[in-house]
Design a protein around this ligand. Structure first.
Ligand code: ADP
Length: 237
């Protein structure tokens, strides 16, 4: 039998191709659902609106998962392009909190945000850092028990700016500490609390922060919950 020269694709390549192929149709479906819900295509009744909104929420989840898969394949192919420029951490943190504020309130959570009067800008990719901050705040809310209490703090330490997100949630068991930034890591309690998680957010966060020349870490709080932190290099003043 003649030998073929066809190279078997790696599993990461298949995942990347599948994610790329899914991206456009999902974006189209999302657009149509948004148009229908807005009433631009004609009046819809409250029942229809509820079903369509539910469909849209699920499409958004698929879309976020596809974006995560694409990020993972870019990281693994070393093709993670960052647009590094001076950015103001206080503005990005504030915007991320505002964007999530409705959901934070609806989730019975309170959030405080503290920052010093003066903070140097950092060198990083604004959109990517916003993604990291949103992931950390979202996790703090998703993995809460009872009334959530969230503290977001910014501070300067030497030539770095540190972002800190402290929660009072379920925490992460000590036995899992080595795996927290691994792909697809999920604690048993987290899976029970929110079965829809992907376990990719922290892996992507670590890559974004380290590619930007920073560090990311976490600690278990004495009372309850976790504190996730990352540092980024400040611009030279
Ligand atoms: P996802 O939240 O989609 O599962 P992440 O990569 O963001 O993915 O988080 C991975 C896992 O780390 C979570 O499933 C959860 O087990 C744990 N985790 C992350 N943040 C927290 C937190 N603030 N409190 C408790 N567990 C957390």
């Amino acid at each position: 039998m003649a030998k073929t020269n066809i190279k078997k694709p790696k599993i990461t390549e298949i995942v990347s191709i599948a994610a790329h192929q899914l991206k456009t149709p999902i974006t189209v479906i999302k657009g149509y659902l948004e148009a229908l819900i807005s009433g631009d295509c004609g009046q819809i009744n409250p029942f229809q609106k509820e079903y369509l909104s539910d469909a849209l929420e699920n499409v958004k989840r698929i879309s976020a998962f596809i974006e995560n898969l694409l990020d993972v394949s870019r990281i693994e192919a070393n093709q993670f392009d960052l647009k590094i420029e001076p950015i103001a951490m206080e503005d990005i943190s504030q915007q991320a909190i505002i964007e999530l504020s409705m959901w934070i309130k609806a989730s019975n959570c309170e959030i405080s945000f503290k920052k010093p009067a003066e903070l140097p800008k950092v060198l990083a990719d604004e959109a990517k850092i916003r993604q990291v901050i949103q992931n950390l705040i979202t996790n703090a809310i998703k993995y809460k028990t009872g009334r959530g209490k969230l503290e977001v703090n910014l501070r300067q330490k030497g030539k770095e700016v540190i972002f800190e997100c402290k929660d009072n949630g379920i925490g992460i068991p000590k036995k899992d500490f080595d795996r927290v930034f691994s792909k697809f890591y999920r604690s048993e309690d987290a899976m029970e609390l929110d079965p829809s998680g992907s376990g990719l957010g922290l892996y992507i966060n670590k890559a974004i922060i380290e590619f930007s020349g920073g560090k990311i870490w976490f600690s278990k709080n004495k009372d309850a919950g976790m504190t996730f932190c990352f540092s980024l290099p400040a611009v030279k003043i």
